[in-house]
Design a binder for this molecule. Structure first.
Ligand code: KIV
Length: 275
């Protein structure tokens, strides 16, 4: 069923069942107003750890904390009724052991109401994914470019080219076998994304991947043109909110300096108007 026809938010199993059907639509969200804009339009909203770079001006996602994720997760939850909430596990909150991952995943779900968590990693995270899923935590995996590993990946490079392709297929199969209900493929060649999509039983969610993925995700501030520090090749800007915002702020500043704002209709009389 498409997001627009739904009366309640889908569950992870509903997303899994869309495999091969209508494309899954998703965006990141970090605030209540943004969540309201996508509610009932997107199948799921991801409180991504990209929040650190997009809203907090951090140089990477590595400094994002559990507390930041919980605060933004709660804000997004307040704006969603028909769109599923997925929340990222931040760097350092799940890699140490399956037990550490469970404790933090349970906290994220309990304190935000998220239906699922997302974590970065393929075959090497399979045991952790299986541990979480067996204990009631639906997991969306994330492979390809995994921004929490930029220091070992050598930057934000395309992943899975040439002789790396097989390793990425192994990752996709490993997270599927571990019980993930879907997998994000970030910044991988289109043909490889298509091959992975055809080769696994769970939906692939592409970002910088292929239109043939089972679904797509973008960072909402990128696609609205609000985040303008840089634009990855895979981003399409559907709006110019950053430019529009700057123009509005300039117009406000001009009117304040010209003393034409506030105008009489924005001010209050001494006496209340007669009823
Ligand atoms: O943090 C994030 O925004 C993400 C998406 C881009 C997939 O992980």
């Amino acid at each position: 069923m498409s997001a627009t026809a739904r009366k309640t938010a889908p569950m992870p199993d509903d997303i899994r069942a869309i495999k091969g059907g209508t494309a899954i639509v998703s965006l990141t969200a970090y605030t209540t107003p943004m969540a309201r804009m996508m509610d009932g339009v997107c199948d799921f909203a991801l409180v991504g750890d990209s929040v650190g770079m997009v809203l907090h001006g951090m140089p990477s996602t590595l400094g994002v904390t559990m507390e930041m994720m919980i605060m933004h997760g709660q804000a997004v939850a307040r704006g969603l009724t028909k769109t599923m909430l997925v929340i990222d596990m931040p760097f350092g909150s799940y890699e140490e052991s399956p037990e550490q991952a469970f404790g933090n995943a349970a906290r994220l779900m309990r304190e935000t109401g998220a239906a699922a968590v997302k974590l970065e990693g393929g075959a090497h995270m399979a045991d952790t994914i299986a541990f979480l899923v067996k204990r009631g935590v639906p997991v969306m995996a994330h492979i390809g470019l995994t921004p929490q590993s930029i220091n070992t990946l050598g930057g934000y490079k395309v992943q899975g080219r040439d002789d790396q392709a097989e390793a990425l297929k192994v990752d996709a199969r490993a997270v599927t076998d571990a019980g993930a209900f879907s997998v994000v493929l970030e910044k991988v060649p289109a043909k490889l994304a298509d091959d992975i999509t055809a080769g696994i039983a769970i939906p692939t969610i592409g970002i910088g991947a292929s239109a043939g993925c089972d679904g797509q995700i973008l960072v909402v501030d990128d696609m609205l043109g609000l985040f303008t520090a840089f634009k990855p090749k895979f981003v399409k800007r559907y709006g110019t909110l950053g430019e529009d915002g700057k123009a509005a702020i300039r117009a406000y500043a001009d009117e304040v300096r010209a003393r034409s704002f506030p105008a009489p209709e924005h001010t209050f009389a001494d006496k209340a108007p007669a009823k």
